[in-house]
Design a protein around this ligand. Structure first.
Ligand SMILES: Cc1cc2nc3c(=O)[nH]c(=O)nc-3n(C[C@H](O)[C@H](O)[C@H](O)COP(=O)(O)OP(=O)(O)OC[C@H]3O[C@@H](n4cnc5c(N)ncnc54)[C@H](O)[C@@H]3O)c2cc1C
Length: 453
């Protein structure tokens, strides 16, 4: 949604807004300028869902469209339904970091579920990372994929020690490379003095998420996928032969149904809504900055994040014209504009030379956490699902989309370390994430405790 800064009667507030917001400020993902959402009426059949399909896919993000593309190319008739416009979920709202993100370390997993399982999980994360790159190359999707490397900045000495210990354990278990950046070398990575060292993971990447998703839409349409925006699924009925997907636009029957709704999983999809914790991410983009400023702030143009549970993250725009910053994850605000000032303050705390920088975009989108901090792929009552990405949906959505298609086609590698019997929920949890701001405060407290050693 485009939301210009509200003009106020109060001159003081106007002056403050003029100082914060660039003239072209919009509450809208930066990515939508290069990759606008397809208009609701385009390439769709709004009047009728056509009664049946071989596979109905609920959710038009990365997971849904990658699955749709593979299935359609194998000759299946695919209907993708989405309650919003196509790609209006997190797929075109994220920050475009492509990594092997998992909140659970290899050692944590090894202690609880055995080393073999831990190694399997990390190898699959690696396969997902490599998979995105191979996929965009193979499909020739021009979405600025770059192996830029990631700098992880330590927020305290204790965080630095913990970071290097974890990276070293991971290297020994699965061979992922990294290099240590000592405190006095931080400025070679980022123009900040608040960090206590860090590490570079050289093979992680970045992408323009809008162009990635737009490429998926194009490929899916070319393969014959039918896209139905503004079509809310209110339930799935099961019978012996096929399932009936009930939507706001009528019913559609199919032998196979995939749920790919991640942080937008609606309560109508009750079993999954009880297992996925939706929470908001917030991102701002600065006004246009001179190349020299970007060179000075983030000379190596990597992606940057810190070692706290509730991370701050920074990256250059793909054309290096501005800096994108994200943080305050889990704040209970339905829009990003009210947080824009606080987000800029956080950015300036990290990069003080950006004091006074104005913002050209601010936006929010919904991510999905899970009670075990793990993503999940599986089947419930004959309905396939993949979600709960915990901020790693670009690689995992691409990877799981392919796995879901393989399961329906019964060919290729269908197995996944993330397909586990247990997908936990919590008593009385019905999909309402009232506790997320409290959890974030707990994580802040926990991070401070680690910082104090
Ligand atoms: C601000 C932000 C920053 C992020 N940064 C990163 C990052 O840097 N790297 C990374 O890997 N990941 C990141 N993520 C996460 C990533 O965007 C998601 O994990 C990813 O998009 C996976 O979700 P998806 O694409 O499968 O689904 P989504 O794109 O979220 O789409 C789900 C769709 O399901 C639809 N839906 C839900 N319920 C129903 C229903 N009942 N009927 C019909 N349709 C329904 C919704 O309308 C929605 O369009 C970020 C997310 C946010 C919000």
């Amino acid at each position: 949604m485009m939301l210009h800064v509200m003009s106020q009667d109060n001159g003081k507030i106007d002056a403050a807004q003029a100082e914060l917001f660039a003239d072209d400020y919009l509450e809208e993902p930066y990515w939508w300028s290069a990759a606008p959402l397809p208009p609701a009426h385009e390439n769709t059949e709004p009047a009728s869902l056509g009664g049946r399909a071989d596979v109905v896919i609920i959710g038009s993000g990365i997971t849904g469209l990658v699955a749709a593309l593979h299935l359609a190319r194998a000759g299946c008739d695919i209907a993708v339904v989405d309650a919003q416009r196509i790609g209006e979920g997190a797929a075109r709202r994220n920050a475009g970091f492509v990594g092997r993100t998992l909140k659970r370390s290899v050692e944590w997993l090894a202690e609880r579920s055995g080393r073999e399982y831990a190694v399997k999980v990390y190898r699959e994360l690696d396969a997902a990372l490599r998979g995105v790159r191979a996929f965009v190359e193979r499909e020739r999707i021009d979405c600025h994929y770059q192996t830029c490397g990631r700098f992880i900045a330590a927020n305290s000495k204790a965080h630095f020690r913990a970071l290097i210990t974890e990276l070293e354990q991971t290297r020994q278990a699965v061979g992922f490379d990294y290099s240590v950046v000592e405190k006095d070398e931080v400025r070679t990575e980022i123009a900040s003095d608040i960090y206590h060292g860090g590490a570079v993971i050289p093979d992680l990447g970045s992408i323009h998420p809008g162009l990635y998703h737009a490429g998926l839409v194009r490929k899916a349409l070319e393969a014959g996928v039918r896209l139905y925006p503004l079509t809310n699924v209110v339930g799935v009925d099961h019978s012996a032969r096929e399932k009936i997907v009930r939507t706001s636009r009528g019913n559609i029957a199919a032998p196979h149904v995939i749920v790919a709704t991640n942080g937008y999983t609606s309560r109508d999809l009750k079993w999954l809504a009880r297992r996925v914790i939706p929470f908001r991410g917030f991102v701002v983009a600065t006004e246009l900055l001179p190349t020299e400023t970007i060179d000075k702030m983030i000379p190596r143009r990597r992606t940057y994040l810190d070692t706290r549970m509730n991370i701050d993250f920074i990256r250059p725009a793909p054309d290096s014209s501005r800096i994108l910053f994200g943080g305050m994850t889990g704040t209970a605000s339905p829009t990003a504009t009210p947080l824009a000032g606080a987000l800029r303050d956080r950015l300036v705390k990290i990069l003080p030379d950006l004091r006074g920088v104005r913002l050209s975009r601010a936006w929010t989108g919904q991510c999905a956490g899970t009670f075990d901090f793990m993503p999940h792929i599986g089947v419930k009552d004959g309905v396939l699902f993949a979600l709960g990405y915990n901020f790693a949906g670009i690689p995992l959505g691409t990877h799981f989309g392919e796995k879901l298609a393989a399961r329906i086609l019964q060919r290729g590698d269908m197995s996944s370390a993330f397909d586990v019997e247990k997908f936990p929920t919590a008593p009385f949890f019905n999909g309402s994430p009232w506790f997320v701001p409290l959890a974030m405060r707990y994580f802040d407290w926990h991070d401070d405790r680690i910082a104090r050693g």
